[in-house]
Design a protein around this ligand. Structure first.
Ligand code: SF4
Ligand code: SF4
Length: 295
């Protein structure tokens, strides 16, 4: 079972829920993936010992000027405007390059080859309670987070890192980046269930609508956790009913919970009762996933 914990915006408590769920399920084999590669922070709560490390490179074209005729075909073919030809000279913009290889494959003079540009690192280890933890860390200044998330998902399920990868009891929890852009799509891709964390504010509702559209397009079953629940006009609940989106859990707005979480304490330590609530939530998710209920 692969659960992606996502929200349309940052600051909704997504990492609090994802780490809380991992800790609540620690009687099972749990793999936790921090897919927020631009600002990974789940390690501050789970405190893993990271013992595995792997550099991730992206192939970027480099031109052999003696072979290049300046025909401009490479610039025409690049969908990402990462290569330009000016006055017969080829210019490559590595930050924009997605490493697709189209220009290299289609250069009529075989004037392009590739080198590995560092994209970031993958790190993995385990927590004291036995959760296997892995994260990606994007190189500062890199714009493209999706390739490193893709690599992280493949790398972490190798049996050296996660020996229970093939066990039917295994649970993979992915902490998604905020928003609804390509890195979130990459995090959701291949998941069995999207657990959406929102809050009952106009911004929360606006961003929940966006992420629900995305999971709908991806045909993923989903449910909602309302965090910082408080007396409000009920707009969020009405939207969930209209979107056929089950509200699986509510966490009230309480100052001491917020303070403890801000200090890096897991939800299950701040309020032990949430351990049972999160285990019940997991059972509910299993039922929804088995029934194939979509929004
Ligand atoms: S396609 Fe090849 S030959 Fe043409 S401009 Fe690009 S690198 Fe030079
Ligand atoms: S590898 Fe792909 S993205 Fe990069 S410059 Fe070539 S065509 Fe553009």
């Amino acid at each position: 079972m692969r659960i992606a914990v996502a929200s349309g915006k940052g600051g909704t408590g997504k990492t609090t829920i994802a780490t809380g769920l991992a800790l609540a399920l620690e009687d099972r084999p749990v793999l936790f993936l921090d897919c927020d590669v631009e600002a990974p922070n789940a390690h501050l709560i789970l405190r893993p010992e990271l013992i595995w490390r792997q550099q991730v490179d992206r192939p970027v074209p480099v031109v052999n000027q003696t072979r290049c005729t300046g025909c401009g075909h490479c610039a025409e073919i690049c969908r990402y405007h990462a290569i330009a030809v000016m006055s017969g000279k080829v210019l490559v913009f590595p930050e924009l390059c997605h490493g697709c290889g189209s220009c290299v494959a289609n250069c009529p003079e075989a004037a392009l080859s590739e080198y590995g540009r560092p994209l970031g690192v993958l790190e993995a280890g385990s927590t004291k309670t036995g959760i296997t933890f892995a994260r990606g860390v994007l190189e500062i200044g890199e714009l493209s987070a999706s390739p490193i998330i893709r690599q992280l998902k493949k790398w972490a399920v190798r049996t050296e890192l996660f020996p229970h990868a093939l066990s039917p009891e295994a649970v993979e929890i992915r902490d998604a980046p905020p928003g609804t852009s390509c890195p979130v799509v990459e995090t959701l891709r291949g998941a069995d269930f999207a657990l959406l964390v929102s809050e009952p504010t106009p911004f929360g509702l606006h961003d929940l609508r966006l992420i629900v559209e995305l999971v709908h397009e991806m045909n993923l079953p989903a449910g909602v956790i309302i965090n910082r629940d408080m007396a409000n006009d009920g707009a969020l609940e009405r939207f969930c009913v209209e979107a056929n989106l089950p509200v699986l859990m509510r966490i009230p707005l309480e100052r001491d919970i917020g303070q403890a979480l801000a200090a890096g304490q897991p939800l299950t330590a701040v309020r032990p009762a949430y351990g049972m609530a999160l285990r019940n939530l997991f059972e509910h998710i299993q039922l929804l996933e088995a029934r194939g209920i979509r929004t």
